[in-house]
Design a protein around this ligand. Structure first.
Ligand SMILES: Cc1ncc(COP(=O)(O)O)c(C=O)c1O
Length: 389
């Protein structure tokens, strides 16, 4: 009999859809996949070369558990340069991906009985991590544009609130929290003394007039309560390399490092050398990728709104759209499984993110595939027997 701990958690729905879609593709089916949670670009050459050099130079051993001092320094400098946050090197931890950073945080901070406020729609893993830490999930909504506001957060605060999850730009919605609201949310955290886990892994994927704002940059009081989570995965198309980094008070970082020392130890030395080049080297590839995503984002938003039964808010960040499918008469699981079986298009059911009225499409795929996939969705919806009310 397995432990209760694992019996309570659900497998990642996003990975499950992706696996089924990839299997169909392998079988030779002409399938369009909108499921990917990773850029379709290759890791830039300079980063790959840094990893190869690390192997040639025999930089292939254990590093300090919390990461190489050079990489911590690069992360601290990046926090200063891009996020306007001053972290000392002792306030930085390098982990095996942003997901690992988040897992360490939940385990280091949450106790049984603590409440963690989780805005809906949310990235799938937060929910399961909070459950694993045996804390109580307190779901809260977002506004009609999926934006988190201080009023919504304020309504959920109790004397047990230990943490708020703040993910901007957001996966799955692409929503970006407004600066004024972010300031008010910071005041709530300071006044009520709870942590803010600020997941900023999509910080560079921000479009139009939006600018990324890190909550920890607002003032020292909120900085002390914030755990700023980041990763090289999305920014540098390095999802497979597994390097995440975070900044927080030394007390929290030490606790996380302690945990890490008894589980994974240091992240791969070679991947750390690659991440060092990613943070310190030329940044042109990021701009190029963001430009391509912006073009796809605009097309996708416009085209989805032309399809009967679907309506879609323009996302401001990340690389996802999260259209409303209510008018099709289907819930998200029925929509996604029928779409995959009947039209060979893979999208992710919104229920996995706590929102059954939506589905998530990633535009981390070529324009050609996007056009083809959306044409297929339109045709399928026209043919489907479900009445459009
Ligand atoms: C919101 C969010 N946070 C964190 C992660 C973790 O990314 P990684 O572990 O690859 O750094 C993801 C990945 O999909 C994500 O969407």
């Amino acid at each position: 009999m397995l432990a209760e701990r694992v019996r309570k958690i659900a497998p990642s729905a996003t990975l499950a859809i992706d696996a089924k879609a990839k299997q169909l593709k392998k079988e030779g089916k002409d399938i369009v996949i909108f499921g990917a949670g990773e850029p379709d670009f290759n890791t830039p050459e300079n980063i790959k070369k840094a990893a190869l050099k690390s192997i040639d130079d025999n930089i292939t051993r254990y590093t300090p558990v919390g990461g190489m001092p050079e990489l911590k320094k690069a992360a601290a400098e990046k926090f200063k340069r891009y996020n306007n946050i001053n972290y000392d090197i002792s306030e930085i931890l390098i982990s095996c991906g942003g997901k690992h950073s988040l897992f360490n945080i939940m385990m280091a901070v949450l106790d049984k009985g603590d409440e963690a406020i989780l805005p809906v729609p949310y990235w799938v893993s937060y929910e399961e991590m909070i459950k694993l830490a045996e804390a109580k999930i307190v779901l809260c909504g977002t506004d009609e544009k999926f934006k988190l506001t201080s009023k919504i957060v304020g309504e959920k605060i109790t004397d047990k609130t230990k943490m708020l999850i703040l993910n901007t730009p957001n996966n799955p919605t692409g929503a970006v929290v407004d600066p004024d609201e972010m300031k008010k949310i910071a005041e709530l955290a300071v006044d009520n003394n709870f942590y803010v886990v600020s997941d900023e892994v999509y910080e560079f994927f921000i479009y139009g007039n939006e600018r990324h704002l890190s909550i920890a940059s607002l003032n020292d009081k909120i900085k002390n309560l914030t755990i700023s989570v980041n990763s090289v995965s999305k920014t540098y198309a390095m999802t497979g390399w597994r390097i995440g980094y975070c900044g927080a008070s030394n007390e929290i970082i030490k606790a996380m490092e302690n945990l890490q020392s008894h589980s994974t130890s240091n992240p791969s030395n070679i991947a750390q050398m690659a991440a060092l080049e990613a943070l310190n080297g030329p940044q042109d590839s990021v701009k190029e990728m963001v430009r391509a995503f912006d073009e796809r984002r605009k097309f996708m938003h416009k085209r989805l709104n032309e399809i009967d039964g679907i309506s879609c808010i323009e996302p401001e960040g990340a690389f996802y759209v999260f259209p409303d499918i209510r008018e099709t008469g289907m819930k998200s699981l029925e929509f996604t499984s029928r779409l995959l079986d009947e039209a060979l298009v893979a999208v992710v059911p919104g229920i996995a993110f706590g929102s059954d009225n939506n589905v998530r499409l990633s535009y981390a795929t070529s324009m050609h595939e996007i056009e083809k996939g959306l044409d297929k969705i339109e045709k399928w919806l026209k043919q489907t027997t479900v009445k459009i009310h």
